[in-house]
Design a binder for this molecule. Structure first.
Ligand code: MN
Ligand code: MN
Ligand code: MN
Length: 290
């Protein structure tokens, strides 16, 4: 199966594989994208580019254009924010060092969560949570699943209510870098940083504008406008924000696993008019040939 070159591009710049919290291995994700008619894909795993090499091989065989991608967690005013990095140089030494550091931080946190829950006397808790996490670093949901398997609790919400939620022993805060820092990692590696799913943070319009202006001051250039499952009201709001702030518009499904009809690779609401698509600024710009 190859994508005809004279076809209108179908662009998805946000999705996950087993390299983070997605269900499909990178190669399988690329195959699914091809079967969905996606022509240009960015895999944006959380804080890692481990999946890209495998994906690149499969993409090459099927004529799908793979754009380098990542989704980085960071903090802004003590809130966790996600920044998508696109089309960066994946061999950039400073970026690779920063990702390594981020990875170590996540493992430190995982070990700390296991320590804090040691009173529960679950044998091999960290190892079991690691197995739950696949290729990812275990986080609180993975620990919760082990507690269910081991019969400590019966449900996910119980695990959080008793052991992992706010103020409980296993509630170890993630120590993410600052917003400005992760923006600079991407921009210095020749990429474009994009504020991910802006309506997901449940901020007031005023606060969101402040976030956007800090993001721009840090060198951020894009914002996700078309996101799967987003209401048309939110779509219009973010489109207007992008126009006013002169931000490049990005789009993506945020696909994690098959079987969720509201979230499929390449199935993204139409981008509103009057916006500057981020893919016009890729090192190999994507232009419509329709
Ligand atoms: Mn995720
Ligand atoms: Mn996200
Ligand atoms: Mn995501």
């Amino acid at each position: 199966m190859t994508i005809p070159q004279d076809h209108k591009p179908c662009i998805d710049l946000h999705c996950h594989t087993t390299a983070s919290d997605g269900a499909l291995a990178p190669g399988d994700l690329v195959l699914r994208a091809v079967s969905q008619g996606v022509s240009h894909l960015a895999i944006t795993d959380h804080d890692t580019i481990q999946g890209l090499a495998q994906a690149r091989g499969v993409a090459g065989e099927h004529g799908l254009v793979l754009v380098n991608g990542i989704e980085l967690s960071c903090v802004w005013r003590s809130q966790t924010i996600h920044i998508v990095g696109l089309d960066f140089d994946h061999t950039d030494p400073a970026l690779l060092a920063a990702l390594e550091e981020q990875h170590d931080n996540r493992w430190r946190r995982a070990r700390l969560i296991a320590d804090k829950l040691s009173k529960l006397r679950v044998d091999g808790l960290l190892e079991k949570a690691t197995a739950q996490a696949g290729d990812d670093v275990p986080g609180r949901p993975h620990f919760a699943r082990v507690l269910i398997d081991e019969g400590v609790v019966t449900r996910m919400d119980q695990a959080f209510k008793r052991y992992l939620g706010a103020g409980k022993p296993g509630d170890v805060k993630a120590c993410w870098p600052e917003l400005a820092e992760v923006v600079s990692w991407i921009e210095r590696a020749g990429g474009i940083s994009v504020l991910a799913h802006p309506r997901k943070y449940r901020m007031t319009a005023t606060k969101l504008r402040e976030l956007v202006s800090d993001f721009r001051r840090a060198g951020g250039r894009g914002i996700e406008v078309s996101v799967s499952g987003q209401s048309s009201g939110d779509l219009g709001f973010v489109a207007e924000l992008a126009r006013k702030e002169g931000l490049l518009a990005s789009q993506g499904s945020d696909f994690h696993f098959p079987g969720a009809p509201w979230c499929e690779l390449g199935r993204i609401p139409k981008m509103p008019d009057g916006l500057e698509p981020v893919w016009h600024y890729f090192r190999q710009p994507v232009t419509a040939v329709s």
